[in-house]
Ligand binder design. Sequence first.
Ligand SMILES: [Cu+2]
Length: 151
Amino acid sequence: MALSLALILGGCDSNTSVGGSTSSDDPPDPPNATTFQVAVVTETDHPDPNAHSVVFEVDGVQGAELTLVRGETYIFQMGDTPALHPFHISTSSTGGDGGAGEWTDGVTGNFASGNSAVTFVVPNGAPDLLFYQCANHLIMGWRLNIISPSG
Ligand SMILES: [Cu+2]
């Protein structure tokens, strides 16, 4: 009665190359957005000696200087950051001041904390230099160099 089971189990060992991954090292298609992981950490290595006592760390680098390309999308993902440090995109080299230098064009989610995110679709009209900053403290962030796509 149960003989059909043996037929199923018997036919397994065929050519292992079929359906396997190719041998090339092609990277996956580029994602639509680049995600940066943001944390607030005690300052030890920020590029500005006048930085605040706690600073934004981006992908593990305090005050990372980032290059963003016009027309592309960037996500600044907060990693359980305190509400005391509202992360936003700014025209101000120092930030603070209640977020007075907020840059809004192309941005959603400014003044992020906790586990929220700021998404920045860099507009063609963005200046060559912007910043990511805290609305409450001076010099927690650093530079966003804005460039145009090559070609
Ligand atoms: Cu702050």
